[in-house]
Design a protein around this ligand. Structure first.
Ligand code: OSB
Ligand code: MG
Length: 367
């Protein structure tokens, strides 16, 4: 294919409730959508970068800048295919979320033109995927129990609690006591601890958690390997894994025994599939993470989560967990599951009226 240009659209999406983590409180998502216009048709991508560089170094204004200056110009010329996108962008270091959004749009355009779905292309083996939900830090334990209660009532099959120093043992104990030992429960620290906290984190062992996600700094692979020898709760890396090579190294070092795969964090859905393959070859289960995506990113995430190595429920929640009105047809939980779209490409597209309502700016970057 040959790309004519990209439409960069910024949207403002208010969250149904504030989402507090150890690194920030989000009340609204400032999201960059990219629409690629090519000689074979259009495609949509969603960039998962947040508004500020607190989860990872990328942030939305920076993404727009690097796309315009470096990444989009590198995609000029004919004969482009989705796998070539990462190759053309490789000379530019980092910026996985920016690269992932561009590749997603090109892949969507390519698959739409060929009448194939993301699920089919990635290797999905199920028609629907089991869903978990990520529950933010709250002001009080009773408030947390109410939130978890509502999610369990909605059918979510796994609960993930955000934790940080001062909000860890007590909320986990309270949720275990209230919902029992059968509830699939895990925690996510988003790098809030150090190895000095190992003995404290070992107190989580008695709660039979599925895993503890990213307890230590993103570059501290060796620290995670040491921690893994000091606790019985399985360690799962999120922020630390930016490529299949990172995953292979972390597994080899014993730093991770489960992996959270977020396509945006690793440079796209094709690299995400390679991580899935590396993990499967090593007997390491994976699950699909999330970045509070709209229905666009959700469609692709649900397709990815239908690959055979995704053996535990991920953070692929229904649209209503995030937004009152999504920009696509909403994803609605059915018996704790979301259905993998089967239409060409993503199988969903923004509804023009909905998109117009939340758009804050658009710019056309021509090639
Ligand atoms: O660490 O998994 C995380 C959201 C934004 C940034 C980082 C994370 C998260 C979540 C929410 O946990 C996942 C989701 O439901 O999209
Ligand atoms: Mg995480």
């Amino acid at each position: 294919m040959k790309i004519e240009g990209f439409d960069l659209t910024r949207i403002a999406m208010p969250l149904v409730s504030p989402f507090r983590t150890s690194f920030s409180t989000q009340t609204s998502r400032d999201i960059l959508l990219v629409r690629v216009v090519t000689d074979i048709g259009d495609g949509w991508g969603e960039c998962v970068a947040l508004g500020d560089p607190r989860y990872s170094p990328e942030y939305v204004d920076g993404v727009v800048d690097v796309m315009r200056r470096f990444l989009i110009p590198a995609l000029a010329g004919g004969g482009l295919t989705a796998p070539l996108v990462a190759e053309r962008l490789r000379p530019f270091k980092g910026h996985q979320m920016a690269k992932a959004a561009l590749e997603m749009a090109v892949l969507d355009a390519e698959l739409r033109a060929e009448g194939r779905s993301f699920g089919r292309e990635l290797g999905a083996v199920s028609e629907r995927v089991p869903c978990g939900v990520s529950v933010g830090i709250m002001d009080s334990v009773p408030e947390l129990l109410d939130a978890v209660d509502a999610y369990v009532a909605e059918g979510y099959l796994r609960i993930k609690l955000k934790i940080q120093p001062g909000w860890d043992l007590e909320p986990v104990r309270a949720v275990r006591e209230r919902f029992g030992d059968d509830l699939l429960l895990q925690v996510d620290a988003n790098t809030a601890y150090t190895l000095h906290d190992a003995r404290h984190l070992a107190k989580l062992d008695s709660f039979e958690l599925l895993l503890i996600e990213q307890p230590l700094g993103e570059h501290d692979i060796v620290g995670h390997a040491e921690l893994a020898r000091m606790v019985t709760t399985p360690i799962c890396l999120d922020e630390s894994i930016e490529s299949a090579a990172d995953a292979a190294a972390a597994i080899k070092l014993g730093a991770t025994s489960v992996v959270n795969i977020k396509p945006g964090r690793v440079g796209g859905y094709l690299e995400a599939r390679r991580i899935h393959d590396v993990c499967a070859a090593n007997g390491v289960p994976v699950w699909c993470g999330g970045m509070l995506e709209t229905g666009l990113g959700r469609a692709a995430n649900v397709a990815l989560a239908a690959l055979p190595g995704f053996t535990v429920p991920g953070d692929t929640s229904g649209s209503g967990r995030y937004y009152r009105t999504d920009i696509t047809e909403p994803f609605v939980l059915d018996d704790g599951h979301l259905t993998v779209p089967t239409g060409p490409g993503l199988g969903v597209a923004p509804l023009p009226d909905m998109l117009a309502e939340v758009t804050t700016s658009t710019q056309w970057v021509s090639l």
